[in-house]
Write a protein that binds this ligand. Structure first.
Ligand code: FES
Ligand code: FES
Length: 134
C-alpha cells in the first residue's frame, strides 16, 4: 500500500483528556476512525500515538495526508480539490466518449478546442456568443 486511504475528507474533532494516549490510524483502513483498530497489518503503515497535555478538543486528520499527523494541518483542502478534479475529469471523459442520445452528432468545435457545439438543427444556436452569424 503506497498511499494511505482517505478515510474522511475533513478532520475529526474529538475531546481528549489530559494524560490520555490514543493511537491515530495512519493507513485509513480502520473501522474506528480516527483511531487504529489493527487493520493496518501488512500495509507498511503504523499507528501514531498522541498524548493529550490537557483536556481539549483535538482535530485529528481524517484525510491521512497531514504533514503534522495525527493533527489536521489543512492539507485536506487540497485532497478534496484533487478528488473533485478527478471526479470532474471522469465526467468529462464519459461525456466525450459516450455521447448522450439527444446530441448524437456533436463534435469538438474547430474554432473553440475543448468546447462542444450543438448539432445544426431546430433550437441549436447558429454561432457561439461573440461569433454572431449576422
Ligand atoms: Fe490504520 Fe492501524 S488501522 S494504522
Ligand atoms: Fe487531513 Fe485536515 S483532515 S489535513
Amino acid at each position: 500500500m503506497d498511499a494511505p486511504r482517505i478515510a474522511h475528507i475533513v478532520p475529526f474533532p474529538l475531546p481528549v483528556k489530559k494524560g490520555d494516549t490514543v493511537y491515530w490510524c495512519a493507513c485509513g483502513l480502520s473501522k474506528t476512525q480516527p483511531y487504529c483498530d489493527g487493520s493496518h497489518k501488512g500495509t507498511g503503515f503504523s499507528p501514531v500515538p498522541y498524548t493529550a497535555t490537557r483536556d481539549k478538543i483535538v482535530f485529528f486528520c481524517g484525510c491521512k495526508h497531514s504533514a503534522k499527523a495525527p493533527l489536521c494541518d489543512g492539507t485536506h483542502v487540497q485532497v478534496k480539490e484533487g478528488k473533485l478534479l478527478r471526479r470532474l475529469r471522469g465526467q468529462a471523459f464519459s461525456r466525450c466518449c459516450a455521447a448522450p442520445p439527444q446530441y448524437p452528432r456533436w463534435s469538438p468545435s474547430r474554432h473553440s478546442p475543448g468546447l462542444y457545439r450543438h448539432p445544426a438543427g431546430a433550437g441549436a444556436p447558429s454561432a457561439p456568443p461573440g461569433e454572431g452569424a449576422g
